[in-house]
Design a protein around this ligand. Structure first.
Ligand code: SAM
Ligand code: SF4
Length: 462
């Protein structure tokens, strides 16, 4: 944990020389080269107060995102296996001491039923989530759940990538997790601030800050090379959290040769019997949150930034503009939520309150209207473009030529198969207009894939 240098981070936060607008302007211009910026430069941008400089920052973040990822927004949904948990995180409704929560662990058949529902909504990518419990959510169970999810076929539609957000494992156990053919392994440090971490995690295995912090390296050693990190914003000063998270990203790049594939930016939401969630120690306001995301995009241009349905629709729309590249949609944060929430309106199983309750279909339409292209693509992981191979393609700008046609094809597939809930002529026309604008080679590849899909073929990608 020594690489999270608290003293250095605090010195950057207090450094008066980093408050200069001219300096901030020049850092923003440098960032447009898409080579990233230093920790010190990120700290300077955190000090921006002048609205003109702030607009420049937002504009740079938007153009970097568009330059690397185009107008694509990758869609996914979480699937909760269990809310049983042996930890006592003060911000989470699943905490052991919350006696009001109705505990529920899905059977493998129930997992299938949840995944089926998500497939029928149009999803192709899931994020598997669960509480930490040696009996209720052990690896055997997680493995069986993943195997079942991948086995479902609904008229040629299926879940093609299962990302996982579960408690940290030993290297040996990560090897088993890797054998289940997962996509990204995600783990949020929650707070990088040691003292706050200790306060927030009074009991249970999660008390161990260092075991959690070093989980990505163990996962990598076990063969998992797409790794996601994150912090839970609101537990301590967001400036500290952002700089520490960037330090973590830098450390991973140095030690394992590949930085995080994704960074998640959950903000604390109210949760039943979770004192730290209901009165966040240092809540982050919307503007600071936006500024922080923009800085993240400048600092780690090639890392996916994930925004969840914790945030409300209006804010989500605004944040897509400053560098978000992946979003959850149509989510439920409780085990069994997709099949049974209508029978369970009080959501007595849920982890926290969501801000965006719209269906996938509604989000897709909205995203299109904002000029973004929803993508359901899972091709990279299935074609072996993970870890450093992915980063190499991203950094040399070659990834766009692969991702754009694949994104168009998966969106076309969505429009064809979920026409009762997703089809709109406008989206179809918009899609074709965008295909026309592609460079010749990509255009041809995209049209070929679209033709195959129209003839009934599914899951076409390259
Ligand atoms: N139980 C495992 C763990 O803690 O590592 C798996 C992930 S947990 C179910 C998913 C994430 O939800 C946590 O890492 C935390 O960042 C987030 N979370 C917990 N309580 C939250 C709240 N009140 N508001 C927003 N996010 C919350
Ligand atoms: Fe359990 Fe994870 Fe919630 Fe903590 S955040 S109480 S470990 S489910």
């Amino acid at each position: 944990m020594e690489f999270i240098n608290e003293k250095y981070i605090n010195s950057l936060i207090d450094d008066e020389s980093l408050k200069d607008s001219d300096l901030q302007f020049s850092i923003i211009e440098k960032a447009r080269l898409k080579m990233g910026i230093t920790l010190r430069e990120s700290a300077a941008l955190l000090n921006i107060t002048d609205s003109k400089v702030l607009e420049k920052l937002f504009d740079a973040a938007k153009s970097i995102k568009e330059n690397i990822y185009g107008n694509r927004l990758v869609m996914f949904a979480p699937l909760y296996l269990t809310n049983a948990c042996v930890n006592n995180c003060l911000y989470c409704a699943f905490r052991k001491d919350n006696k009001d929560l109705v505990r529920r662990t899905l059977s493998v058949d129930e997992v299938e039923s949840e995944a089926r529902q998500l497939i029928m909504d149009g999803h192709k990518r899931l994020l598997l989530v669960c509480g930490e419990h040696p009996k209720k959510s052990n690896l055997d169970y997680v493995g069986k759940a993943i195997e079942r999810i991948y086995s479902i076929d609904y008229n040629g539609n299926n879940i093609r990538r299962v990302n996982v957000n579960i408690a940290p494992l030993s290297t040996e156990d990560f090897k088993r997790l890797h054998s289940f053919e997962i996509g990204t392994y995600q783990i949020f440090q929650e707070t990088y601030h040691y003292e706050t971490y200790s306060k927030m995690h009074p009991s249970g295995p999660k008390k161990d800050y260092a075991f959690r912090l070093h989980a990505p390296e163990r996962a990598f050693e076990a063969g998992i090379d797409d790794l996601g990190i994150g912090a839970l914003f609101g537990l301590t000063d967001y400036r500290f959290e952002l700089l520490a998270m960037l330090m973590h990203a830098e450390y991973l790049e140095k030690t394992i040769g590949v930085g995080p594939h994704t960074i998640s930016i959950p903000r604390l939401e109210p949760a039943t019997n979770a004192p730290a969630a209901n009165t966040p120690p240092l809540a982050v306001d919307d503007l600071s949150f936006k500024k922080m995301i923009a800085i993240l995009r400048l600092a780690v241009p090639y890392t996916g930034i994930i925004l969840s349905t914790r945030e409300k629709p209006e804010l989500r729309r605004d944040l897509f503009n400053v560098g978000v590249s992946q979003i959850s949609a149509g989510s439920k944060a409780s085990p069994g939520g997709y099949k049974s929430e209508s029978d369970n309106p009080t959501n007595e199983f849920g982890q926290f309150q969501l801000g965006d309750h719209r269906s996938l279909d509604e989000v897709v339409k909205d995203v299109c209207e904002q000029g973004y292209m929803p993508s359901f693509c899972t091709a990279c992981y299935r074609s072996g473009r993970t870890g450093d191979r992915f980063m190499e393609l991203a950094k040399t700008g070659k990834i766009g030529a692969i991702c754009t046609p694949n994104a168009f094809a998966t969106f076309k597939e969505y429009l064809l198969d979920f026409s009762s809930n997703g089809y709109s002529e406008k989206s179809e026309t918009e899609l074709m207009k965008q295909v026309e604008k592609l460079p010749e080679k990509e255009k041809k590849a995209t049209i070929r894939m679209i033709e195959k899909l129209e003839k009934g073929e599914r899951d076409v990608f390259f």
